[in-house]
Design a protein around this ligand. Structure first.
Ligand code: ZN
Length: 291
């Protein structure tokens, strides 16, 4: 089986061919320029590869309402040139079933299908990178709701030592993305996170917020596991600090065997950063089944 997969990101487009067993047969990346400069080349890449279906995990916000006239569009993104772009429609000319979802939802599906979420019924997958987003699967169903979850913008309580920083989100002073994403780390501390690996002040503050975020997700969604991915999580010193903050800030409120075993309750992504593209393969497989 040859399933096309596209992980459409704000800086790069990852195209792949995968199969029903979770193998990637071929993969290639292209820079994200304007839609006119980028999309036709991607369509051609898939057209020449004899695919049976296509799955797309796309940066957002996107319209996921199948009854909407703008289903499959990127809607209000601040990324120049990409607002109101019909991503789904651009690939219809391939004549194969197409599955379409938000990028972080695809990553959640990837981990749930083939990664460290396999066998569980409820997970939250969080990416902490250039932005913060969360894909939520509860009782074996991905949550969409009104638009789609935008849990990366949940508001947080500030650390008492951190009342001055203005935050990096143009919409909120105190949201997760604005306090914790890569650009916020770089702005607050004057250099990117990967150059700050030895500065524990950076990671203790980061863990304070990400631990609080995990408390919020555990309370709101009751997942069996919280999976953290994205570039910031490459800082391996961060995970134990997040677990410690989670335990402290939860205050013993939730009681379950899962939460008692924090080392397996809060974990990092398990697919070598391929969870997004693999989730897109699954979206393609599901679209083929529904067709
Ligand atoms: Zn925000």
């Amino acid at each position: 089986m040859r399933i096309g997969a596209l992980e459409a990101g704000g800086t790069k487009m990852v195209c792949a061919i995968g199969d029903e067993n979770g193998n990637i047969i071929e993969q290639e990346s292209f820079p994200t320029l304007s839609p006119e400069e980028t999309i036709p080349g991607l369509v051609e890449w898939f057209r020449t590869r004899n695919i049976e279906a296509l799955g797309i995990g796309c940066f957002g916000p996107v319209d996921l309402n199948k009854k909407s006239a703008t289903y499959g569009y990127i809607t209000t993104t601040p990324k120049p040139n990409w607002a109101n772009t019909d991503v789904f429609g651009a690939f219809k000319c391939l004549g194969v079933p197409i599955g379409f979802d938000l990028d972080v939802n695809a990553s959640a599906i990837g981990e749930y299908t083939w990664g460290i979420g396999k066998g569980l019924s409820s997970i939250v997958y969080v990416t902490v990178g250039t932005g913060v987003g969360a894909g939520v699967i509860i009782d074996d169903r991905l949550i969409h709701g009104m638009i789609h979850a935008e849990a990366g913008h949940i508001l947080l309580t500030r650390h008492p030592s951190d009342l001055e920083y203005k935050g990096h989100c143009p919409f909120h002073r105190n949201c997760i993305e604005g306090l914790c994403a890569g650009p916020a780390v770089a702005e607050r501390w004057g250099k990117p996170g990967k150059e700050l690996a030895d500065d524990m002040r950076v990671w203790e503050l980061e863990a304070y917020y990400l631990g609080q975020m995990c408390v919020d997700f555990a309370l709101a969604y009751s997942p069996d596991r919280i999976i953290l991915g994205g570039g910031i999580m490459h800082q391996t010193q961060l995970l134990p600090l997040i677990r410690k903050e989670f335990k402290e800030q939860l205050g013993g409120y939730l009681k379950s065997a899962e939460i008692d075993d924090l080392d397996s309750y809060i974990v990092v992504q398990s697919m070598d950063d391929k969870q997004g593209i693999m989730g897109a393969v699954k979206l393609g497989l599901d679209a083929m089944k529904e067709a």
